[in-house]
Design a binder for this molecule. Structure first.
Ligand SMILES: [Fe+2]
Ligand SMILES: [Fe+2]
Length: 276
């Protein structure tokens, strides 16, 4: 009797946690879509398109730095490293490298020439704080908002610990997907159509990197009401900064006032359904 009641309570708690975490993600996903919409509301030069692509490329290729820890994991495979954890880790690196390649191909089409290595790595910066990753790529002088994101990530891990903090911040990967969904719907000229196709492909992975992980999160990490409050509060803080990072990627098309309004939940209409 006691066991079944406890199970019901736990199930109810997990459901509520999932609902509240998803609500934060939905709010900021709509906000990130608005950034893309705002960018395309004004005309842009090819140089501006190229710069946006280089910025997004930097966020994709940074994942390849995990090849070093991946090699260390391989040394410890079946001893302290689980085979599925290892395979997932490699898959994540490979997918981000593919996103980078898709965007770099598009960037070269926009530029009408080969990219230089300097351009390819210009905006490289780590997305999250991970112990031992080294400080060199934790900040980038060209990216003040990404640098702030690293500070938020560091504070999140300091309060929640890495074990919980890392999976929690991963729920926000891709900013909920709104920016990709908005891009996917672009039509009207060849750049928009090529970008739409690229983002459609990328979103197929990003959904699994971020929002699709919410469902499994509460079972492991939510044991009481206060866990819901604590994790949603941190997810909100983290995603609010990610919205600023998104705005930075697209050349700051959304004003500070409007960003604050999105934080308050004053959202422009956004249809999150996607036909991948
Ligand atoms: Fe990616
Ligand atoms: Fe990703």
């Amino acid at each position: 009797m006691l066991t079944s009641r406890k199970t019901t309570t736990t199930g109810e708690l997990a459901k509520r946690a999932e609902g509240e975490l998803n609500a934060v993600i939905a709010q900021y996903s709509a906000g990130e879509a608005e950034v893309v919409r705002a960018y395309f509301e004004r005309p842009h030069t090819s140089e501006e398109h190229l710069d946006v692509l280089l910025r997004q490329m930097g966020r994709e290729i940074q994942a390849a730095n995990r090849l070093r820890p991946a090699a260390e994991m391989f040394q410890r495979l079946e001893v302290t490293v689980d085979r599925h954890e290892f395979a997932d880790y490699l898959e994540h690196i490979a997918e981000e490298a593919e996103h980078y390649a898709i965007l770099a191909d598009l960037a070269e089409w926009v530029a009408g020439r080969k990219l230089t290595a300097d351009e390819a790595f210009r905006y490289e910066v780590y997305a999250r704080w991970v112990p031992g990753q080294g400080e060199t790529k934790e900040t980038n002088a060209l990216l003040p908002e990404a640098n702030r994101q690293m500070e938020v990530s560091r504070a999140l891990v300091a309060e929640l610990g890495f074990e919980l903090g890392n999976p929690l911040s991963r729920l926000s990967e891709g900013g909920g997907g709104g920016a990709y969904i908005e891009c996917m719907r672009l039509t009207g000229d060849e750049f928009r159509e090529r970008l739409a196709a690229a983002m459609r492909r990328i979103l197929q992975d990003e959904i699994h990197h971020g929002p699709a992980r919410v469902h499994g999160f509460p079972e492991q990490w939510i044991k009481a009401d206060e866990d819901i409050a604590r994790t949603t509060r941190w997810l909100r803080t983290y995603m609010a900064q990610h919205l600023r990072v998104r705005n930075e990627i697209w050349g700051y098309p959304v004003s500070a006032e409007r960003l604050a309004a999105i934080d308050r939940g004053e959202l422009a209409p956004f249809d999150p359904t996607m036909d991948l």
